[in-house]
Design a protein around this ligand. Structure first.
Ligand code: HEC
Ligand code: HEC
Ligand code: HEC
Ligand code: HEC
Length: 343
C-alpha cells in the first residue's frame, strides 16, 4: 500500500481550479492508514484551533449532521438499539461508534470525544500540518505573491504531515467513503446499522449543506466548485466508491449476509459506473482501475486479492485526481448530478 501511494504521489499536481497543473516529486502521506476509520488522537488538535482563520467554514459545519451527531447520537433510540445489540454501554468512550461519529483527542485525562465528525475527520489530524499548510514563506508574502515553487513545497509538506489536502480531491474523497461505506461487518449484521449511504456520490453530497469554499473567494462567497472541478470530483468519487466497496467486500467473512450482499452489490455497481465513464472519456488511468479488479472474485476466500485490488485502485485514484484536466472530462457532463439533487 505504502509503496504504491509513494509512487503515485511522485506525480501529484494541482488540479485546474487551483491554478496551472504542476508536477514534481512529493512525499507520501505516512499516516494514511486505510481502514478502519481512524485519526490518531495524539495528532488531533480540535476544530477550535482552526477557528481564528476559518470561522466561516466552522459556521457552515455547525449546521450539518456531522457536527450535530455529537449531541444527538446517544439520545437516538435507533442508536441505542444498535449499541445494545453490540453490547456497548458508552457511545463516547471505547465503542465502535467513535470511529465514525466522533473526533477523539488525547488529553491529560486520556482519550476523550471532543466533537462530532470534524474538520480533521475529513482533512486529517492536524498537529503536524496546521502550521505548515498556511505558511506562505515570510511575513510579507501573501497567497498572491507566493512563488510557485514555494507553493508546491508547502502543499507537499502539508500532505507529508498527514493533511488530506483537497488540492488532490481523491485524498478527501477517501475520507468520505471510509465512513459512508460502513465497512464493519459486525456493526451491520449484528448491530443492525445501515450498510452505508448507498446513494453517496461526491458532487451531490459535498456541494450542498457541507460546502465551504471560502478560501478561494477570499472569504467572501461560498460558491459551488466550478464545472471543471466538479467533473474531476465526480470521477474521483466513482473511483473511491469502487475502492471502498472493494475494501468492505474484503472484510466480509461470510456470504449471504446483509453486509456481504450490500458490499458485493455496491462493488459491482461501482465497476459498471467506472466502465460507463471510461466509455465516454477513454483514460489510461481508468484502464488501470478496471485492470486492478479484473478477474478477481467477490467472496470471503478472496480477501487478500481484494485488498490488493483496493490498494491499486487507490493509487490510480490519487494519480487520476493529480493529472487529469477538466477538458478531458467534458463528455461526462451529462452524468453529473444537477444542483437540484445536491444534499
Ligand atoms: C493561522 C491561520 C490558519 C489556521 C489556524 C488554520 N488554517 Fe487552514 N488555511 C489557512 C490559509 C491562509 C489557507 C489558504 C492556503 C492557500 O492559500 O493555499 C488555508 C487553507 C486550508 C485548507 C485548504 C487547502 C489549501 O492548502 O488550500 C484546508 C483544508 C484547511 N486550511 C484546513 C484547516 C484546518 C482543518 C485547520 C485546523 C485544524 C486549519 N486549516 C487551521 C490558514 C489557517
Ligand atoms: C464505519 C463508520 C460508522 C461506524 C463505525 C458507525 N456509524 Fe453510524 N453512521 C455512519 C454513517 C456514514 C451514517 C449515515 C448513513 C446515511 O444514512 O447515509 C450513520 C448513521 C447512523 C445512524 C442514523 C442517524 C440518523 O440520525 O438517522 C445511527 C442511529 C447510527 N449511525 C448509530 C451508530 C452507532 C450506535 C454506532 C456504534 C455502535 C455507529 N453508528 C457506528 C457511519 C458509521
Ligand atoms: C468520520 C466519518 C465521516 C466522514 C469522514 C464523512 N462523513 Fe458524512 N456523515 C457521517 C455520519 C456518521 C453521518 C450521519 C450523522 C447523523 O445523522 O448522526 C454523515 C452525514 C452526512 C451528510 C448528511 C446526509 C443527510 O442527508 O442527512 C452528508 C451530506 C455527508 N455526510 C457528506 C459527506 C461528505 C461529502 C464527506 C467527505 C467529503 C463526508 N460526509 C465524510 C460520517 C462521515
Ligand atoms: C465532511 C468532510 C469535510 C469536513 C467535515 C470539512 N471539510 Fe473542508 N473540505 C472538504 C472537501 C470535500 C473540500 C473540497 C471541496 C470542493 O472543492 O468543492 C474541502 C475544502 C476545504 C477548504 C478549501 C476550500 C476553498 O475555498 O478552496 C478549506 C479551507 C477547508 N475545507 C477547511 C475546513 C475546515 C476549517 C473544516 C472544519 C470546520 C472543514 N474543512 C471540514 C471536506 C470537509
Amino acid at each position: 500500500m505504502r509503496k504504491i501511494l509513494l509512487a503515485v504521489l511522485a506525480c501529484i499536481s494541482l488540479s485546474a481550479s487551483f491554478g496551472a497543473s504542476i508536477s514534481g516529486p512529493v512525499v507520501d502521506d505516512p499516516r494514511d492508514n486505510s481502514l478502519p476509520v481512524h485519526l490518531d488522537p495524539h495528532q488531533v488538535v480540535g476544530y477550535e484551533s482552526c477557528e481564528k482563520c476559518h470561522a466561516a467554514e466552522i459556521r457552515v459545519w455547525k449546521q450539518t449532521p456531522h457536527h450535530s451527531t455529537f449531541k444527538t447520537l446517544h439520545r437516538n433510540p435507533a442508536a441505542r438499539k444498535i449499541a445494545s445489540a453490540m453490547g456497548i454501554d458508552s457511545f463516547k468512550e471505547d465503542s465502535e461508534c467513535i470511529k465514525c461519529h466522533y473526533t477523539m483527542k488525547h488529553t491529560d485525562h486520556g482519550l476523550s470525544a471532543i466533537s462530532g465528525i470534524s474538520c480533521e475527520s475529513c482533512h486529517g489530524a492536524a498537529r503536524d500540518w496546521i502550521n505548515v499548510h498556511n505558511d506562505y514563506g515570510g511575513e510579507h508574502v501573501t497567497r498572491l505573491t507566493e512563488s510557485t515553487e514555494h507553493r508546491i513545497q508547502r502543499l507537499r509538506n502539508s500532505i507529508a504531515g498527514g493533511m488530506r489536502n483537497p488540492v488532490n480531491v481523491y485524498l478527501v474523497a477517501r475520507s468520505c467513503y471510509r465512513c459512508h461505506t460502513v465497512p464493519s461487518e459486525k456493526l451491520v449484521n449484528v448491530g443492525g446499522h445501515n450498510a452505508g449511504s448507498l446513494d453517496f456520490e461526491l458532487v451531490s453530497w459535498s456541494q450542498g449543506m457541507i460546502r465551504h469554499n471560502f478560501v478561494r473567494s477570499d472569504g467572501q462567497t461560498n460558491d459551488p466548485s466550478d464545472r471543471g472541478r466538479l467533473r474531476v470530483m465526480f470521477v474521483a468519487g466513482m473511483i473511491a466508491d469502487l475502492e471502498f466497496s472493494v475494501r468492505a467486500s474484503a472484510s466480509a467473512t461470510a456470504k449471504g449476509t446483509t453486509f456481504s450482499d450490500t458490499s458485493y452489490e455496491r462493488a459491482k455497481r461501482a465497476v459498471k459506473r467506472v466502465l460507463a465513464v471510461r466509455k465516454k472519456i477513454g483514460s489510461p488511468i481508468l484502464d488501470e482501475v478496471i485492470e486492478a479488479i479484473q478477474g478477481i472474485r467477490l467472496g470471503p476466500t478472496h480477501r487478500e486479492a481484494l485488498l490488493e485490488a483496493a490498494d491499486a485502485i487507490s493509487a490510480a485514484g490519487v494519480k487520476f485526481a493529480a493529472t487529469v484536466t477538466p477538458e478531458q472530462l467534458e463528455a461526462i457532463d451529462g452524468f453529473i448530478p444537477p444542483e437540484s439533487k445536491w444534499r
